[in-house]
Write a protein that binds this ligand. Structure first.
Ligand SMILES: NC(=O)c1ccc[n+]([C@@H]2O[C@H](COP(=O)([O-])OP(=O)(O)OC[C@H]3O[C@@H](n4cnc5c(N)ncnc54)[C@H](OP(=O)(O)O)[C@@H]3O)[C@@H](O)[C@H]2O)c1
Length: 319
């Protein structure tokens, strides 16, 4: 077993492995739609000491939560030893919908409590007032259905407003995109999480695999999953990312690690509040990703990657 590192998630009292398991992969978007496959991925995570599972109502419209609930039951895992984080989408945030969505999640996850309920993204089309959903979440904490509240993809100003709505609870977890080639979170979110004693769950920590250099420019043509429309894999961007991937691979071979371990360890080394939640398509990837814990990339190599990553210029204007 990899040497597992654990951390407290903000001031929530929840203790999680520093590397979690993302499960958007359990959906048609990524392709793991077979329960047995999903169960083997979850099993590998628990066997490797990874106890934090991130899911969302939107992943496969309940499929990911359903698979996790079944897997936890079938594997006979001690519920108290795992941390389940799920998310309510920004369109289901009026007071009653927060309750209804939580009840459905509890059913799919086959559990009596959700450790971390995150708002997946702020409401942008439904005009739901911030305090309406924050107070609903606070009530659910009081009732014991939720252990901790998290906010995903919220700008810092809105996190502040959302926290101000709470009377006796707080936000302990923020979740944002953060990886070697998409570093925007270092500008505001990371310093904020550090100053406020929050954990920062880093999504797409492998840049959806782009930064591992496992796909050639020619492979981009045949991509038929969620990545086909992702700016990371637009040739103008991907060409530059491959330059970073070359160094990642070189370091991996010198340090006796894999590219994924280098990239995840780079994030772990960035700040103690960062908790990457890589997705995985098979048990081997889970075990490999868990092996990013328990060691540190040499400082010189960390800086070399950082400077190189800062030198590339990605664009989201791809058409
Ligand atoms: N809050 C949000 O808005 C939000 C948004 C996105 C994601 N998330 C969460 O973050 C999690 C992770 O993000 P993500 O799925 O976007 O991307 P990611 O973790 O950066 O990349 C995952 C993909 O990388 C490849 N991979 C994983 N481990 C590998 C390894 N050891 N070696 C080689 N390839 C490996 C796999 O794809 P292939 O094998 O097919 O290459 C896998 O599907 C999601 O599952 C989800 O829980 C949250």
């Amino acid at each position: 077993m990899a040497s597992v590192e654990y951390t407290w998630l903000g001031r929530s009292g929840l203790k999680a492995s520093r590397i979690g398991l993302g499960t958007w992969q359990f959906s048609p978007s990524w392709g793991v739609t077979d329960y047995e496959k999903a169960r083997e991925i979850v099993k590998a995570a628990f066997e490797a000491g990874v106890n934090l599972i991130d899911t969302a109502i939107m992943y496969g419209r309940g499929l990911s939560e359903e698979f996790i609930g079944r897997a936890i039951r079938d594997l006979g895992v001690n519920r108290d030893e795992i941390v389940i984080a799920t998310k309510i989408p920004g369109e289901m945030l009026n007071y009653d919908d927060v309750f209804k969505a939580t009840r459905r999640s509890l059913e799919r996850l086959r559990t009596d409590r959700i450790d971390i309920m995150q708002v997946h993204w702020p409401p942008c089309w439904t005009n739901t007032p911030t305090c309406e959903y924050m107070r609903a979440l606070e009530r659910l904490v009081k009732m014991g259905y939720i252990e901790a509240i998290g906010l995903s993809d919220f700008p810092v100003e809105l996190i502040e407003s959302a926290r101000a709505c709470l009377a006796s609870e707080d936000v302990h977890i923020i979740q944002v995109r953060f990886n070697l080639v998409e570093l925007e979170a270092e500008k505001e979110h990371l310093p904020y999480a550090e100053a406020e004693d929050m954990s920062l769950l880093a999504w797409s920590p492998l840049a959806k695999g782009a930064v591992l250099g496992k796909y050639s420019m020619e492979d981009l043509e045949g991509m038929n999953d969620v990545r086909s429309g992702d700016p990371l894999f637009h040739p103008d961007n991907y060409r530059q990312i491959l330059r970073v991937a070359e160094v990642v691979k070189e370091l991996a071979s010198r340090l006796g690690k894999t590219p994924a371990q280098i990239v995840l360890n780079w994030l772990l080394s960035y700040s103690p509040v960062v908790v990457p939640i890589p997705g995985a398509k098979n048990p081997q990837q889970v075990m490999e990703n868990a092996g990013a814990m328990g060691w540190r990339i040499p400082e010189r190599d960390w800086w070399r990657l950082y400077e190189l990553a800062r030198s590339i210029k990605l664009t989201r204007v791809t058409f």
